[in-house]
Write a protein that binds this ligand. Structure first.
Ligand code: PXP
Length: 245
């Protein structure tokens, strides 16, 4: 990893490079090429979500990423037997368990880990046993952190979607929830990450939460690349994160 443990890592989510590729059915733009460029621009890791409907990343992308990357791959996956099999076959550095509904546009809300401990336990256990770093994508809620502790998850990723969409005092309140949740997770030996909906304008306060070790950012960076190139958008995000830290 290019950054020290105290530094904040940036994971670049390349899903929407694949969204554009899939719009025309060919191979361009290549998400693996984008991942390598992202690393050159300062990404500490690459994140990709293999959805049940394969709407962006596909199975062969995971194989190609695993072969090409020199930085950790964080595979976002639903808690299903199919995805567990894929994770165990490819053995990415990390697996982030996300809730998935076929009809949603993106991951809406965090995983209800507290409400499905028994269903999650064998999946988290199998990933832990395989040496894949498990992360649970949860709301900044003490009950969900408690579930992560009970499940023996080494990492939680806090869903920042609500924070990103709120304004004024409501946003400030959500930021406090995120900050308290990061402190609670860290106190219990769980590494807090954060992501969803982060942009140049809203990343600062999240990057400033001292316990947060990693941000995973996708849609904004890929969209902004239209205007400033992928390297440009990633370098600017990295700069904003470092400024806030
Ligand atoms: N983290 C997780 C777990 C996600 O599911 C997503 C969206 O796929 C992100 C981070 C990145 O969110 P965004 O694309 O809004 O930056």
């Amino acid at each position: 990893m290019p950054h020290s443990p105290a530094a904040l890592r940036l994971g670049v989510n390349i899903d929407h490079v694949a969204t554009i590729r899939n719009a025309r059915g060919g191979g361009h733009p290549d998400p693996v090429k984008a991942a390598l460029l992202a690393v050159k621009a300062g990404a500490d890791g690459i994140t990709a979500h293999l959805r049940e409907d394969r709407r962006h990343i596909r199975d062969e992308d995971i194989a190609t990423l695993m072969a090409a990357l020199t930085v950790p791959l964080n595979l976002e996956m639903a808690a299903t037997q199919e995805m567990l099999g894929i994770a165990l076959r490819h053995r990415p550095h990390a697996a982030c368990i996300v809730p998935e509904k076929r009809e949603e546009r993106t991951t809406e809300g965090g995983l209800d880990a507290a409400g499905q401990i028994d269903a999650l336990r064998p999946i988290v256990g199998a990933l832990n046993e395989a040496g894949i770093r498990v992360s649970l994508f949860i709301e900044p809620d003490p009950a969900q952190i408690e579930a992560a502790i009970r499940l023996d998850a080494p990492v939680v990723e806090f869903h920042t979607g609500r924070y990103a969409h709120l304004t004024g005092t409501e946003r400030a309140e959500e930021l406090r929830r995120l900050s308290d949740a990061a402190a609670l997770a860290a106190k219990n030996g769980i590494e807090p990450h954060a992501g969803h909906g982060l942009t140049y304008d809203n990343v600062g306060p999240i990057a400033a939460i001292p316990q947060v070790a990693e941000l995973n950012i996708g849609h904004f960076l890929i969209g902004e690349a239209i205007f400033s190139g992928l390297e440009g958008s990633i370098r600017e995000m990295r700069r904003q994160m470092d400024l806030a830290r």
